[in-house]
Design a protein around this ligand. Structure first.
Ligand code: CS2
Length: 489
């Protein structure tokens, strides 16, 4: 039996695999990270590892999961060590990362996480909890005050379950104990993510206590950031292949692409690591970068995912092998790009070319099904913003609406072969019952879904051009199948 990767065994790995060059025992915890999934371990933890390797030991990470114990159970026996496998056309590069000092599971012991969040050495709380983790209304970006877990956290603030609940209770404890606050850095694909999370946190705090809200508004920084690295969920095959190369069993490796980007608004009153050592860029206004990424990358990703899943394509790379899908992805990027105003020096054409190459990466098996998840939380910032801006400019939206109409077909829960689709979405039950009532008839299904106010604002849903485009496109997808509809657009 192969031994497990750990602090004890790491010395046995092959010398060409990168590993921590610093003394892990000397590292203190400067960051608490909520949402310790694959993306964080491929992105922020990698940048932070470079900082630790560079000799600044203040920025070790304590990770927390707000839901399942799986990552903790895999990482704990490995002393937090895991392998990052970077896969591109030129092969695979392995790096063992040591930046994660400990992993907590919030539902098992909320107090332990609150303790970690209250520690004076912790200067930054970073977040990758996915869109739905913020308990907000995607159409308006406001806190969902009726969310059952928010209702709970307002009723029992000392035993939180949600991101706003943990952040605000920890900040309240720091305030009482006269410990300086921490900076909150949202690393999720939300529109204007810092501003959005700030508004959610402020609202939650105000519902608890107006004085607390005043403190948060004055003392806590919420810089915005654009994060980008395609990181598919690792599979059993990935774990077996990476363990074999390592010569040690790693139960928590992460597979990612060579490309990585992190643009961060430089507002950290309590200090920050020099993540630029790992290639991060600091900027004063990052809104244009966020929009570029959400509308070009994520907008075309979701479009390919829904239309690809319906056509039976398992991965994004598979969709890109279909010339019509590839053409549509380029078209969605071209249309979305007309809505952007980028600072001088940013070359959108080169960015788009790089995206196409990234989507084609045959070494990454990024499942369309994974990207289809949580569509209700993703559509507004990925596609609906571009559609709104194109409508205002009197420009055509036929390509941008493809992803929205394919989502409408997808959430019916039955695929083109009549087989069930495992639709994962906080609104899935409601979407399914709307679809069941409407039937597979575009003239009924599309308007019924446009009435879902969490996703579509009343203004957009009422726009006759958008309504007509959604009905026509959905009806083509129903009649001709996703492949047929993509061939025509
Ligand atoms: C993807 C993103 O799953 C999804 O919805 O579009 O996770 C995407 O891979 C990342 O944003 C890339 O940075």
């Amino acid at each position: 039996m192969t031994e497990r990767l750990s602090a004890q065994t790491i010395g046995t790995i092959s010398p060409n695999i990168t590993r921590p060059t610093y003394d892990r025992a000397a590292v203190s915890t400067g960051i608490v990270h909520l949402g310790i999934g694959a993306f964080h371990r491929a992105h922020e933890a990698m940048y932070t590892e470079t900082v630790l390797n560079g000799g600044d030991p203040r920025w070790g990470i304590v990770g927390a999961s707000l839901r399942s114990p799986a990552v903790r159970d895999a990482l704990k026996p490995q002393d937090g060590l895991y392998t990052l496998a970077v896969r591109g056309a030129e092969g695979e590069r392995l790096q063992v990362i040591g930046a994660i000092k400990d992993v907590l599971v919030a539902p098992e012991d909320p107090e332990a996480l609150l303790d970690a969040l209250t520690h004076p050495a912790v200067k930054i709380v970073t977040l990758t909890v996915t869109e739905k983790g913020y308990c907000y209304d995607p159409a308006t970006a406001a806190l969902d005050e009726a969310h059952p877990d928010i209702v709970h956290d307002l009723a029992v603030p000392t035993q939180p379950r949600t991101v706003p609940g943990f952040l605000i209770e920890a900040l309240q404890r720091r305030r009482t104990a006269k410990i300086s606050s921490f900076t909150v850095l949202c690393c999720d694909n939300l529109p204007h993510n810092g501003r959005t999370v700030r508004a959610i946190a402020n609202r939650f705090a105000a519902l608890r206590d107006p004085a607390l809200a005043g403190y948060i508004a004055n003392e806590v920084a919420f810089p915005s950031t654009m994060v980008d690295r395609i990181t598919p969920a690792p599979t059993d095959d990935d774990r077996a292949a990476i363990s074999a190369r390592l010569g040690l069993e790693d139960a928590a490796p992460v597979v990612t692409e060579p490309f990585s980007q992190w643009v961060i608004e430089d507002r950290f009153p309590e200090g920050r690591p020099d993540w630029s050592l790992g290639g991060a860029e600091f900027a004063t206004d990052i809104a244009p970068y966020e929009n570029m990424k959400l509308r070009l990358l994520n907008g075309s990703h979701s479009t390919l995912a829904y239309l690809g899943y319906l056509a039976g394509y398992d991965t994004v790379a598979d969709t890109m092998n279909d010339a019509n899908y590839r053409r549509l992805a380029v078209g969605v990027m071209d249309d979305a790009a007309t809505t952007l105003k980028m600072p001088a020096g940013v070359h959108i054409a080169a960015y788009k070319r790089a995206l196409i190459e990234r989507f084609e990466n045959p070494a990454l098996r990024h499942r369309t099904w994974q990207i289809c998840m949580d569509g209700s939380q993703k559509l507004p910032q990925r596609l609906l913003g571009s559609i709104r801006d194109r409508l205002a400019a009197g420009a055509p939206i036929d390509r941008l609406v493809m992803g929205v109409a394919a989502w409408m077909r997808y959430v019916t829960g039955i695929d083109e072969q009549g087989k069930p689709i495992d639709v994962r979405d906080p609104l899935s039950a409601r979407l399914r019952s709307i679809a069941d009532e409407a039937g597979l008839v575009a003239e009924r299904l599309s308007p019924a879904l446009l009435d879902v106010r969490e996703i579509f604002t009343p203004e957009l849903a009422a726009d006759p051009r958008f309504r007509a485009a959604a009905i026509n496109t959905l009806s083509r997808i129903i009649a001709k199948g996703a492949k047929g509809a993509v061939a025509e657009v």
